[in-house]
Design a protein around this ligand. Structure first.
Ligand SMILES: [Zn+2]
Length: 322
């Protein structure tokens, strides 16, 4: 049974058709990990000869797998299912690159990896799994699962009646870090050719980068701020952005319009990202601002009963439109 997703990671010592307490524990942890991304760092793999440890997918060198720490190196590797033992000989550590790491972040990651290797000794002993702290206890696992669930649901699900269901679902997934960004996909063990942001190729594509820190996104936010006359701060994270929407001291109508414009901006950045990845030429960077202005107008005025819904007013001063 795998604790790192289907087909990846080393099996816990349990047969699939086994019954009893240990089998139940293994199956429950496996299900929580694959279905709900339960952190399994309390299960530690102690490395011996490396024959039972997956080089990329088992947490044999520290708390996390190399795949989750270095997704760009993983994407360059041609044999990502190999064991630790097959990656080591008397001359040192072996890699099988598609091409040599050559960009800044790749070279930096390789140096960090080589540094980690210096603390590892391969011995003739067998590899084995252990619980963090040495002793398994049901209460410890229960606490981990509770913490995981409470953390998952601590973000209130806010449904905005003025935007379509698919946008509410998009925002909900974004709040839970469940959007299929490259970093999220890598963390779930999906092998990608490139983990970099397709809008700038300057950083990994995680949510905070893609929607807030990417140069392209920042240009978009800046233009939206100019058009809407809403003073949008430079949020350091999406958590910051959600907190700002809830806390900014403005009247209710303006908060609604601001939220909808922000939703439309996030949605259109995501559309732009997808159009670049899937080579959809019908939606490009030059279309984004117009699309944000139009979609936010359509969302609001299709659902708000107000007679003087005015496109020209919306173009010139959206905050005064309700
Ligand atoms: Zn970027």
């Amino acid at each position: 049974m795998s604790i790192h997703g289907e087909g990846q990671g080393t099996d816990l010592p349990c047969f699939l058709n086994a019954s009893g307490t240990w089998a139940s524990i293994c199956k429950s942890i496996n299900m929580l990990h694959t279905e709900y991304s339960l952190d399994t760092t309390f299960l530690l793999l102690k490395i011996g000869n490396g024959t039972n440890a997956k080089f990329w997918y088992d947490p044999w060198i520290n708390d996390s797998s190399l795949a989750s720490c270095y997704p760009r190196l993983l994407a360059l590797d041609t044999n990502n299912s190999s064991s630790v033992a097959s990656r080591y000989n008397n001359n040192g550590w072996l890699f099988f690159w598609r091409r040599d790491p050559r960009y800044g972040i790749e070279v930096e990651n390789l140096q960090a990896l080589n540094h980690l290797f210096s603390s590892i000794s391969i011995t003739s002993e067998s590899d084995y799994w252990t619980w963090e702290g040495g002793t398994f206890s049901v209460s410890k696992v229960r606490k981990l699962i509770d913490n995981h669930d409470l953390a998952r649901f601590s973000i209130a699900t806010k449904w905005c009646k003025q935007v379509p269901i698919k946008i509410n679902i998009f925002v909900w997934r974004l709040k839970l870090s469940r959007l299929a960004t490259k970093v999220n996909l890598s963390a779930r063990g999906i092998v990608l050719e490139e983990a970099g942001c397709c809008l700038c190729d300057e950083s990994f594509e995680d949510e905070n980068h893609l929607f807030l820190h990417c140069a392209t996104s920042q240009q978009i936010w800046s233009k939206i701020s100019q058009w809407s006359n809403i003073s949008l701060p430079s949020w350091s994270s999406l958590a910051n952005l959600w907190a700002w929407i809830d806390g900014v001291p403005i009247p209710q109508n303006r908060r609604l319009i601001t939220s909808i414009i922000i939703y439309a901006t996030l949605w259109n950045i995501w559309r732009l990202r997808n159009s670049v990845i899937f080579d959809d030429k019908s939606f490009r960077k030059c279309h984004v601002i117009d699309s944000i202005v139009t979609t936010s107008f359509n969302w609001i005025f299709a659902r708000v009963r107000k007679k003087n819904c005015n496109w020209n007013q919306w173009l010139q001063s959206p905050l005064l439109s309700l």
